[in-house]
Design a protein around this ligand. Structure first.
Ligand SMILES: [Ca+2]
Length: 250
């Protein structure tokens, strides 16, 4: 903290300067000397004053931020491959597997470090593509988790329903959640295509998380081969601009 709060002789109020967010309580304000913005505290979070929403991550610099995301590729076995890479504007959660050994998988998980329980409204966009060969299979899944055994799938794209059999498939969705009152509610809306057949996506989500200690957002790609002649499966999940909370938007 630099300059202390004061009223200057010319009548201007000088706030304390913080280079990063301090702890806070409802009704407090502070000025961030790094972002050059004014923030107020709504009882749960610091919110940028005057902004309709704040950005948790817009994947702006091509580097996965370990303060915001945890990457897990520990489920990759044998020739299975899983990776998470950030480009400017989006992040790719990728799984690829090309083996006739059904015990091998490729997978990648991206999980928020932030606990979104009771933070208010959250929104993000996801694009998904799945390609599988003969007998290969996989899925891309958007879910919430308490970090342990509790999970709730917001939307799953799988080879059996949307990826296709020996063909390509995929779609794009916007996920809008309201994380408040010990609940996670909202909608997943979008559209997709498989084997020339278009489909609508408009699914309500509702989960009582009052007994969960935390609510993390996870993006998960998984691929697995079987004994077919071309058991490859590639799963691409791309997510962009996670924003929260917004109060006067959409
Ligand atoms: Ca980044």
């Amino acid at each position: 903290m630099g300059t202390k709060w004061a009223v200057k002789n010319n009548g201007v109020v000088q706030l304390n300067l913080f280079s990063s967010a301090p702890s806070g309580a409802e009704g407090q304000i502070y000025y961030n000397s790094t972002t050059k913005k004014l923030y107020y505290h709504n009882g749960t979070n610091w919110v940028e004053s005057g902004a309709l929403f704040t950005i948790y991550d817009d994947f702006e610099d091509g580097i996965v931020d370990p303060l915001k995301w945890t990457i897990d590729t520990s489920e990759c076995y044998g020739p299975g491959v899983g990776s998470v890479t950030e480009t400017n504007g989006s992040i790719l959660v990728y799984a690829y597997q090309n083996s006739s050994d059904p015990s091998t998988v490729g997978s990648a998980k991206l999980t928020s470090v932030k606990d979104f329980k009771d933070v208010g409204k959250v929104e993000f966009d996801v694009m998904i593509g799945i390609q599988n060969g003969y007998d290969g299979g996989g899925y891309a899944r958007i879910l919430i988790t308490d970090g342990g055994a509790n999970t709730y799938t917001l939307k799953q794209f799988s080879t059996s329903t949307q990826g296709g059999y020996g063909t390509d498939g995929g779609g794009g969705v916007c996920v809008r959640l309201d994380c408040s009152g010990g609940m996670v509610t909202g909608r997943v809306v979008g559209a997709g295509c498989r084997s020339g057949n278009g489909y609508d996506i408009d699914a309500a989500v509702s989960k009582d998380v009052s007994t969960w200690a935390n609510v993390y957002i996870r993006f998960y790609s998984y691929s697995k081969g079987t004994s077919g002649s071309n058991p490859m499966c590639a799963v691409r999940l791309k997510v962009s601009h996670v924003i929260q909370p917004y109060s006067n938007y959409l």
